[in-house]
Design a protein around this ligand. Structure first.
Ligand code: PEP
Ligand code: MN
Length: 351
């Protein structure tokens, strides 16, 4: 059950609701979302209780939720959430726009960032991606440039006006990553790092939550629930492929999860066709398929010198391939009733 209080509910009214719920053996957890106080319980309680609570002073509404999800559920919010990213909401994820984020897997240096950023802006990306802190499977692989990488991302953000998304791997780094970027990425390997989820939720930044490579849809949405429970409603989900037996692709892109997550939750869902397939020639077909399946956008690895990339060069597409993909994407996006986000980069005229 979710009890949504009125914005002017008094302390006494809040306490009264807590007492009512506790008397019935429920354990209410209090939270604030979209500036509104609410109580969330794991059990729904009886229909009579719901009715008593709903008719109590200070209560706006009671939502009885059927599944495991609470704040992420469509039952709680029927309308699609739109997440605005950037100081002036330069990029919007969710709603009628289809939003394309692109950039290198990892930030490698100034020259590389200048070159890849120019390419993705020219192709029509509305946000820039790039990892400064890289959670690598092997300790011997390039671990990212860390703080220096964040500074290079911030430089590109200033130069182009594109909002930046970058991964954060530990709660201790949340503050500095939030300062230098516009959106925090939680990677597949950290989807159930609950301390990290809490810290990212408590930052004032939107969060991009990638699906754990072996996570069920429910586990993925419950991870998002942790973020919303901190009061941060600006959460975007990302399907990035799950483990299967087939080694001909890096992971198996689960597009049914996109349609299913969109049914269960009001949060936007985007697709990563690069990490899921691991193959540049599969990026375009899977991007078109993701748009058809109802995804709200894409996050794509682009590199202008993939052969010498320090991370995931084997899956990156070139700037030219990216531009071609964007032109093929437009009619597909429009065929499913959406529009391709227009770039709001102030840098466009100069590229
Ligand atoms: C990434 O996007 O840079 C990344 C590491 O992705 P994932 O967490 O999905 O592997
Ligand atoms: Mn990568």
């Amino acid at each position: 059950m979710i009890v949504v209080m009125r914005s002017r509910a008094t302390r006494e009214q809040l306490d009264f609701i807590v007492g009512l719920l506790r008397d019935q053996g429920l354990t209410p957890m209090s939270g604030t979302l979209l500036g509104v106080s609410m109580f969330v319980t794991q059990e729904n309680g009886s229909p009579e209780l719901a009715s008593v609570v709903e008719n109590s002073p200070g209560v706006d509404r009671v939502v009885v939720v059927t599944g495991a999800m609470r704040l992420t559920s469509r039952e709680f919010l029927a309308e699609d959430t739109r997440v605005r990213v950037g100081p002036a909401g330069e990029a919007v994820i969710g709603g009628p726009e289809f939003t394309v984020i692109a950039g290198p897997c990892a930030v490698e240096g100034k020259e590389q960032m200048d070159s890849v950023t120019d390419a993705v802006v020219a192709g029509g990306a509305v946000m820039l991606r790039g990892g400064a802190f890289k959670p690598r499977t092997s300790p011997y692989s390039f671990q990212g440039m860390g703080l220096a990488g964040l500074a290079l991302l911030a430089e590109q953000r200033k130069r182009t006006g594109l909002p930046v998304v970058t991964e954060v791997v530990t709660p201790a780094d949340v503050e500095c990553v939030a300062e230098e970027s516009d959106m925090l990425q939680i990677g597949t390997r950290n989807m159930q790092n609950f301390e990290l989820l809490r810290a990212a939720g408590e930052s004032n930044r939107p969060v991009l939550l990638k699906r754990g490579m072996s996570a069920t849809i429910e586990e993925w949405l419950l991870a998002a629930e942790y973020l919303l429970h901190t009061g941060n409603g600006d959460v975007v989900l990302c399907e990035r492929g799950i483990r299967s037996y087939d080694r001909s692709t890096r992971f198996t892109l689960d597009l049914s999860a996109v349609a299913e997550a969109k049914r269960l939750t009001h949060l936007p869902v985007i697709v990563d066709p690069s990490h899921s397939t691991g193959r540049p020639h599969l990026v375009a077909p899977m991007s078109l398929a993701a748009a058809s399946a109802g995804a709200d956008g894409l996050i794509i690895d682009v590199h202008t010198d993939a052969r010498n990339a320090l991370c995931d060069g084997a899956q990156a597409i070139t700037g030219e391939q990216f531009a071609e993909l964007m032109s093929r994407l437009k009619p597909v996006v429009e065929a499913v009733g959406r529009i391709l986000s227009p770039s709001r980069s102030h840098f466009l005229a100069q590229v």
